[in-house]
Write a protein of this length. Structure first.
Ligand code: AKG
Ligand code: FE2
Length: 342
């Protein structure tokens, strides 16, 4: 399905309002290209926004070019005259002209992973990865029903647990959560705030019997203590829902989030993978499975390679449940290292 000029203009405005000026620019260009006599959007609007977004991402020649086009079309437009004056003055003082075709490295890696284009595990390295049934080193609760562990990546180690939660448990958790969901927040400058970086709804489930059972299973599978873990956070993403690249560790210095156990409670039609841009790994939601990784090295330092994101959901609906496991209580389960490097 191709978007028409009006739809593309609207998408561009959303991107513009989220400070994604390079993306916005490309949408405005696309819209301009598809403008017809039936479009509600005008050429003037598009030229103005092409000029503004070019200025915002630092390409003054482009900002001047589109500004001038607008002025040619609408010579009485005082607003654009003022802007053009400003751009020309700035152009005189500045030289750098970022290339629109090269989006910033950071976002392009994240986005290409989300599109499923560059999962780096196609290499020889992936063939060395393994899967096994684990009893958690002889845990009595797992002797007759071992967990299915698959190593998704070796460094940092990312483990997928298959069939870690039943469909029935998932239904119960979703049903309990649905009426309690509210907009998720991010921790910023000491506050929990609503942010465009995290578009989802969530709820921490306290004292729920199913959540407690799941928590016990996480303890069994990982061998870690849940005594200091946070309650289970059930999260729901609608279309466009996402969580931009971030670390789960809060870097508080004490009792930080040592590990993350992320349970997929739905499949997702398209999009919604969890991606690790710095190591080039994408894990796809698979209902009933979970992924697990340590956010901190054994020496307590943040593992910089654990930066990750929840990609935008394109088709369908995504449900996950997070269990954030903390440092206290793991002293004998995951002893710290005396080495600076581990
Ligand atoms: O939804 C995902 O795939 C990732 C979620 C996540 O990273 C988080 O909630 O911290
Ligand atoms: Fe996260």
């Amino acid at each position: 399905m191709a978007l028409n000029a009006d739809e593309a203009y609207h998408v561009g405005l959303v991107a513009y309002n989220e400070d994604k000026f390079q993306h916005a620019f490309l949408w405005f260009l696309y819209s301009l290209d598809r403008l017809t006599q039936y479009s509600v959007t005008t050429k003037q609007q598009l030229l103005r926004h092409l000029s503004l977004s070019s200025y915002q991402f630092g390409n003054l020649p482009m900002a001047i070019y589109f500004g001038q086009q607008l002025l040619n079309l609408d010579p009485t437009n005082d607003d654009i005259k003022v802007l053009l004056d400003l751009y020309r003055r700035l152009r005189f003082q500045r030289t750098s002209n970022p290339d629109i075709l090269r989006l910033s490295n950071e976002s392009s890696k994240y986005e290409t992973l989300c599109r499923g284009e560059v999962d780096e595990r196609t290499s020889k390295r992936q063939r060395a990865l393994s899967c096994r049934y684990s009893t958690g080193g002889g845990n009595p609760r797992l002797m007759y029903s071992p967990v299915k562990e698959e190593v998704e990546w070796d460094e940092p180690r990312i483990i997928r647990y298959h069939d870690i939660i039943s469909d029935r448990e998932i239904e119960i958790l979703k049903n309990i959560s649905r009426p309690l969901l509210s907009r998720s927040k991010v921790y910023q400058d000491g506050w929990d705030t609503v942010s465009q970086d995290r578009v989802s709804q969530s709820v921490f489930l306290q004292d729920d019997p199913v959540a407690t059972r799941v928590s016990q299973r996480i303890a069994d599978a990982t061998g870690l203590s849940m005594e200091t873990a946070e309650s289970l956070l059930v999260q729901n993403y609608g279309i466009g829902g996402r969580f931009e690249p971030h670390y789960d560790a809060l870097e508080t210095g004490v009792n930080d989030r040592i590990a993350t156990f992320l349970i997929y409670m739905s499949d997702v039609g398209m999009g919604g993978a969890t991606v690790f841009p710095d190591i080039g790994v994408a894990t796809k939601p698979k209902k009933g499975s979970a992924v697990f990784w340590y956010n901190l090295h054994k020496n307590g330092e943040l593992d910089l390679n654990t930066r990750h994101a929840g990609c935008p959901v394109l088709v369908g609906n995504k449900w996950v449940a997070n269990k954030w496991i903390h440092e206290f209580g793991q002293e004998f389960k995951r002893p710290c290292s005396l080495s600076e490097w581990e």
